[in-house]
Design a binder for this molecule. Sequence first.
Ligand code: PMP
Length: 359
Amino acid sequence: MRKMNFFAGPSTMPVEVLEELRDQLVDYEGQGLSMIEASHRGGMFEEMYDECLATFRELMGVPENYDVYFLGGGATLQFAMIPMNFLLPGKSADYSKTGTWSNKATSDAKKFGSVNLFFDGTESNFTTLPDPKSVKPSPDSCYMYLCSNETIGGIEWQDFPDTGDVPLIADMSSDILSRPVDVSKFAMIYGGVQKNLGPAGATFIIMRKDMLERRNENLPAYLDYGLHAKEKGLYNTPPVFSIWAVKCNLDWIKRNGGAQGMLDRACKKAGMLYDTIDSSDFFRSPVDKRYRSRMNVVFRLPSEDLEKKFVKESQEAGMLGLKGHRSVGGLRASIYNALPMEAVENLCSFMKEFERKNG
Ligand code: PMP
């Protein structure tokens, strides 16, 4: 019996995709070779990689004037690469501190130049976001930066600011392809694949080509987007296994209705959980209702002892990963694309029963 996997990342994958990887692992499409032992300069990998990039472009609706590729180093490397490439001397960048992940990006950016905070959620304990309509870039800004979904705080931008000519850059690690997004509003979208797209290892980069003209060209090779764009992410050895699994996962997303199909699933799953929370006095969501995440549902119980008990008993009932991040405590259900509806139905029944026994 498979566990119900609510981990925040690495996280659940579609069973169909795991089975496809298993079936093809030793002998990829009868070619007498595994994908993970083939050269990344050879036809077998390149054909698969091209298909992967094409499907990603199609599902995201990426316009022609954008490069799409994968890198290593996780989303974390991008926290540094973005300011190194785009935060130019004497200028500044606009950042929002909306939780753990944008905070980390902000502290890396400060090491390279001047940073304006257009929003700081510290006072509200990162439970709310600014109204996107109220957000405006500052005069000398090289770019505006936000994290579309804060995985730990469970807070998600529902709409995005209009930044005019100032490039908008977003970390979409934990809500990529969970909803349709107008890519043309962004100069760059990036993230780790290990939540909605596949196993850890690869980082996706979607970047408008004209960004390369604004970049600092005097960087070590791996840190220079110019080189990666030119080589389509194949300047050095790419994370082959992760990319192959992403390709299979993108095909699964396509078979299941694409970005809109994923949004429909996400709304149903998140809706069920938030209804369960809101209809009780026992469970409580700390997040501003307008910005609640459809991917990471964070909730609290009346006491930390009850939270511990909840985690223990849910594990015994086959539900993994419901403990909140160690930095904030509480509980968190990560309900990414691949998590089946039944897992959420099961969790909601478990919550109601837990309340009945302990409320
Ligand atoms: N951004 C977000 C929104 C994340 O959730 C995470 C990881 N959980 C990261 C960045 C960092 O990603 P990585 O571990 O791939 O460096």
